[in-house]
Design a protein around this ligand. Sequence first.
Ligand code: C2E
Ligand code: MG
Ligand code: MG
Length: 605
Amino acid sequence: MPKQFERRVVHGILVRLAQEVAARYSGWDAGVTLRLGGTTRSRTASSDQAAGDFERRQVRLREGPSLTAFSTGQFVRVDDLAGDQRYPRLAAASLGGAAAAFSFPLRHGETCLGALTLTRDVPCQLDEQMRSAVQALADVAAAHLLSATARRRALAVSDGYRESSLHDALTGLPNRLLLQQRLEHAARRAQRSHCAVAVLFADLDRFKSVNDTYGHAVGDELLVAVAERLEALVRPGDTLARVSGDEFVVLCEDFADPDDVERLAVRIGDCFTAPFLAGGILLHCTASVGIAYSGPGESVTDQLVVDADMAMYQAKKQGGAVHKVIDLRDAQDVHDRTRLEQDLHGAASRGELALWYQPIVRSRDGLVTGVEALLRWTHPVSGPVPALVAVGVAERNGLIGEIGAWVLEQGCRDRALWLAAHPERPLSLSVNVSALQLMGLGFAADVRDVLAATGMDPAALVLEVTEGVFIEDADRALGVLDDLKALGVALALDDFGTGYCSLGYLRRFPVDVVKIDQGFIADIGRDPAGVAIVGAVTTLAHALGMRVTAEGIETEQQRAEVDSIGCESSQGFLFARPMTGDDLVVHLGRAPGRPLLLPPERAHV
Ligand code: C2E
Ligand code: MG
Ligand code: MG
């Protein structure tokens, strides 16, 4: 298995090199030979039959530019093979075929692994520009080959495919330990030479259901197939590791510009477009990718992997099949992540957490019909922490259950106060529930207890979930949502459109309200497709019996459009920014139907 695996990887690299060169330079053929164990064994790939024959002929005759390039590590030119004194037997055997040949060593440092040969059917010369471009391609391929064969050698130690302490037994990729070593190395290099480092964290969506449905053997084959595709994407010098189950990490060093890394993330996403063959079954599979960077000269630590993981998690929450970036340079301005993780413990009991409320209004006239509770954490040193960061930290350090429970209970208690002040305005209360929280043990029972303890009317409670909850274990999510519906609470699908799920897929989940993500609303007035998309989602949601809320309404034009499209409810800065519970009571005392003109939310951006 490891041998076959390595053979496939090596063959893939050779074929790609030959094809890439032939595709770039029309009129030229390319053949490449990898020498194994000196010159006795070899492996060949070529852009076409003739180039392959030319390579094999040299091996058979034991003469030719490819062999010279391999043995000397130098570029070899043969402008006119027929008139060349060095390779008479090859010239005779090639009559009518290749007339000119140029061989490039596949070398990496001191090691020469083989040679790439370009041939043409007329005598000719090679200009310097083409020569250096082709040599660069050969160097890249050599680095790939070296890492593939070095891995194989590392695995072979102590018959140690399974025992290898630095490589993953299933895919042969570097494991977490080796990734750790490479990170340390990258950290030293980054410090020395002021270069940037990026980490991409890729996690397969719904891998668990593949295992559950088809069994672990098929799951394993899928992982190997994914590893192979990913491997074809990373550049030499980058490290692709499998760090656990269905999690892969790419460590990129020395990239010119973050766009390169984003492009790699897009290519990783794209490589999942075609189905994978595993266990004789064609499997469609997607991945969520998170990226974290450290800029030139900034310190590189394991935290980069944690951050990329966190970004991946955000991508997954949006429904998967996307990538997200966490830029450490932004994040570090705000806080020290590790400290935040520790400081969140006990934040509620120290009074650092608060809930702010943003009105949800009837689109037609701005009448406030409900509010969404939004978490606010004021760190004693760093100040306000953005909600998404606080929630991400809570999800990472296992506090989301506790904090989510606090949010739910506090929200229900606050609502009881407004209701007492304005019994004529029974507002609905929307509470965000993270996927991790929803899937935690006993979530529905906890909700039932809070309803009982606070006297909250279940029909006035809306729990907002994102598409992420359907990604990992849709059946279990469905079970929990059914339990919640049985309590009489309503369910909203938050940030709809940012993820992967279609409304058609979601019809089997008992969702009452679809909240169209603010990204689509922002397109209204900017991009003609914006109105069309919001219209299509609304029509479909209505056909499925769901109500629609438009998020992020900032302009009168957006309000008018979503109203005429038929979105029942709206939420956004045009009507009101999130505000404290006290401000809300003041607001409720004003005439309904008028957009609020409260000062902007200052403390929490
Ligand atoms: P969300 O649930 O989609 O909440 C709406 C977010 O959009 C809020 O950001 C709100 O301030 C912002 N927003 C509302 N209207 C506008 C507008 O017109 N323009 C713009 N640009 N933004 C608008 P916030 O409070 O920073 O919350 C961000 C996200 O954090 C929330 O997105 C939600 O996913 C999460 N979150 C907040 N509180 C909680 C919580 O208690 N639990 C959980 N699990 N997640 C929470
Ligand atoms: Mg929400
Ligand atoms: Mg939202």
